[in-house]
Design a protein around this ligand. Structure first.
Ligand code: SF4
Ligand code: SF4
Length: 121
C-alpha cells in the first residue's frame, strides 16, 4: 500500500531553509516555536543582553516555510531558502520588518509627525 503522506523529511529535500535570528533583540516569547511545525526552534539556556532566553535554530530541520518570521512580533527572524548548488536567498517578505518596526515605535512616529507639522508653520 502506498504511503499517503508524500512530505519528505527535511533532510531528504534538495531545497531547505535556514534561519537567522538577531538574538540580542529576541525577547523569548516563544511565538515562533509554536508556529514552527518542524520543531526547529528552541530556547537557549543562556540569556541575551536584555536578560531574555533567546531562540536558537536547528537549521537541519528547517524547511523555510517562513511561519516563524511572520509571527515574530519583533521581526528578528530572517529566513533563507538554500539549495546545494545556489547561494542562499532571503525569503522573508522584505517589507514585513519595516512594517512591524514602525508599528512598534508609535512614539517615535508621533514625534516625527509633530516635527513635520511644526516645520510647515
Ligand atoms: S522557516 Fe519554518 S521550518 Fe524553518 S524555523 Fe521557521 S517555522 Fe520552522
Ligand atoms: S517570536 Fe521573535 S521575539 Fe519571540 S521568541 Fe521568537 S524570535 Fe524571539
Amino acid at each position: 500500500m502506498e504511503d499517503s503522506n508524500n512530505i519528505k523529511p527535511a533532510k531528504e529535500r534538495k531545497i531547505k531553509g535556514k534561519v537567522e535570528i538577531d538574538i540580542q533583540k529576541c525577547k523569548g516569547c516563544e511565538l515562533c516555536t509554536i508556529a514552527c511545525k518542524e520543531n526547529a526552534l528552541s530556547l537557549s539556556e543562556t540569556i541575551n543582553i536584555k536578560g531574555y532566553h533567546y531562540i536558537i535554530a536547528n537549521n537541519e530541520s528547517c524547511t523555510g516555510c517562513v511561519n516563524c518570521a511572520l509571527v515574530c512580533p519583533d521581526a528578528v527572524i530572517t529566513v533563507y531558502r538554500t539549495h546545494p548548488k545556489k547561494k542562499p536567498i532571503a525569503i522573508t517578505p522584505p517589507d514585513i520588518k519595516e512594517q512591524l518596526q514602525s508599528m512598534l515605535q508609535p512614539e517615535k512616529k508621533r514625534a516625527y509627525d509633530n516635527s513635520k507639522t511644526h516645520e510647515r508653520k
